[in-house]
Write a protein of this length. Structure first.
Length: 515
């Protein structure tokens, strides 16, 4: 249900508008005809929140895009007319929801596809196969109710990432393999038009995507993160992350050999003991997944505030957590930029969300990714909550300290001493992830490993420039590792978080390894 609320926010929902109409108000029904034949129908806001129907791509079954766009336009017009007619009839009941509207749309699509095939046969064209008929109907439905040109890629159940560079399309699998796929459009302009349409439908009044705002980041229905660039690059570039694993716990990650069970127990106790944790690592290392698992280690009734540029944690969708999660997402704004801040007018950033969180009676604050001046607001919010979680891009755990301090120094007037001291006072554990591609003797990819490389404990040192750092854990590619010493303050927090004394790992790292 929560995803349905998110997906309908992509645009002004046609269905919600129709529900408000009286029969005599039929002339007020907005047209849902596609403004451009390359543009998905506005009814995409009504797509189901359930996992997409898996229809693997069939070789040689790719539909003619010109034909597909023509049918999209015709089906959109016909469905609009049908819904307008129903809104104007007193005795004809309106559709009872998304599924019935989809059913009406599918009936129209099936008939128009058959008409197209019959026309081609009458014109002496080659006979259309069943696979081609099905592919054409599905492509039209994807544009009207789904994610348009990327829907067929999203439907591949094993794909985790999609990378598009103009006409070059590649999909990534969990084992690190890339495979090529056909182009999603006939031209760069067609890709840009689709991105503009998707951006306009984003929650919060849409997001700008134009030559003056050439970079785009979106959360799409179905737990999909989209990042795009155009105008600053030769061809439109799109990177799509498919969050397949949302309801995840630390035991799941143990099973996937990201970390050993003793470390999972330690991190769980740390989360429940009020320890502030930062998950660090490169792109694609699993930071968001680990953040979800850490949050899932908290009692369901824990009041959590999440602040993200685009929603990726989806904690409010996990079983039982919806009443206790305040899920915040930034608003990009639009129009002219503020002369003082440089931000688009009307923008609501992470700093604004974190400032609002101070009065929300939260027990835990989670920042999806710390990348700018919001870090100081995060520190302030942490003074009002027992613990926090966040993620940051860094090459190793100690580099994460410097990265956080550097981010804080981007705020005018902040000295390196103050920034470093704030990190040491507010951050306790840094969990460093690593992503490693495995290759055989011929250099071919045979797998991918994501694992906890290191865990360090941070506390104030003898000077503001030198935080005290203790290595708690060093990990291996296979998800095993060895433990270092556990500082007294951390040990106390672990016991408060439910860990028993005998469960605290014994140090096996020697002095040199722990440095």
């Amino acid at each position: 249900m929560r995803r349905q609320e998110r997906s309908t926010a992509l645009t002004t929902s046609l269905w919600s508008r129709l529900q408000q109409l009286q029969p005599h108000d039929a002339d007020r029904v907005d047209s849902v005809s596609a403004m451009e034949t390359t543009r998905p129908l506005e009814l995409s806001a009504l797509r189901s929140v359930s996992p997409p129907r898996v229809v693997p791509p069939r070789a040689g079954a790719a539909p003619d895009r010109a034909v597909m766009r023509r049918i999209v336009a015709a089906a959109s017009d016909e469905l609009t007319a049908l819904l307008r007619e129903r809104a104007g009839e007193r005795e004809t009941p309106m559709p009872h929801g998304e599924e019935e509207i989809r059913r009406l749309g599918r009936d129209i699509i099936a008939r128009l596809v058959e008409d197209e095939i019959r026309t081609e046969i009458n014109d002496g064209e080659q006979t259309v196969t069943g696979d081609q008929r099905e592919a054409l109907a599905k492509s039209v439905e994807d544009y009207m109710f789904g994610l348009g040109p990327i829907q067929s890629l999203v439907d591949e159940p094993e794909v985790t990432d999609i990378v598009i560079n103009g006409s070059h399309v590649r999909v990534l699998f969990p084992d690190g393999r890339f495979e090529a796929r056909p182009p999603i459009a006939d031209s760069d302009q067609e890709i840009i038009e689709w991105l503009v349409t998707v951006a306009q439908r984003a929650p919060g009044g849409g997001r700008p995507f134009s030559p003056v705002s050439p970079h785009l980041r979106l959360d799409l229905p179905g737990h999909i993160r989209l990042s795009a660039m155009a105008w600053t690059v030769p061809h439109p570039n799109i990177a799509i992350r498919l969050h397949r694993l949302t309801n995840v716990c630390l035991d799941d990650l143990v099973h996937r050999r990201m970390l050993p069970q003793p470390l999972a127990r330690l991190l769980s106790a740390a989360a429940n003991g009020g320890v502030s944790q930062v998950v660090s690592g490169p792109m694609g290392a699993g930071k968001t997944t680990l953040l979800r698992a850490l949050a899932n280690a908290l009692p369901v009734e824990t009041r959590i505030g999440t602040a993200e540029t685009e929603r990726e944690l989806y904690l409010d969708e996990l079983p039982g957590r919806a009443p206790y999660v305040v899920s915040g997402e930034t608003i990009t704004g639009g129009g002219e930029r503020n002369d003082l801040t440089g931000e688009l007018r009307g923008a609501i950033g992470l700093t604004d969300l974190l400032y609002a969180f101070v009065r929300m009676q939260l027990e835990v604050v989670i920042v999806g990714e710390v990348a700018g001046k919001e870090i100081l607001s995060m520190f302030k919010a942490m003074q009002f909550t027992p613990s926090s979680m966040s993620s940051v891009h860094a090459t190793d755990a100690r580099a994460a300290i410097h990265r956080l301090a550097t981010i804080a120094r981007e705020v005018p007037g902040i000295t390196v001493e103050y920034a470093t001291a704030q990190v040491a006072h507010h951050i306790d554990l840094i969990v460093q992830l690593e992503r490693r591609t495995l290759r055989d003797a011929r250099g071919e990819i045979i797998g991918m490993r994501r694992f906890v490389r290191e865990v360090i404990y941070v506390e104030p040192g003898e000077s503001d420039l030198s935080p005290a750092v203790t290595t708690v854990y060093l990990g291996n590619t296979d998800g095993t590792g060895r433990f270092g010493s556990v500082p007294t303050a951390l040990r106390t927090a672990l016991l408060e978080g439910g860990m028993r004394e005998h469960e605290i790992p014994v140090a096996t790292l020697d002095f040199a390894e722990a440095l």
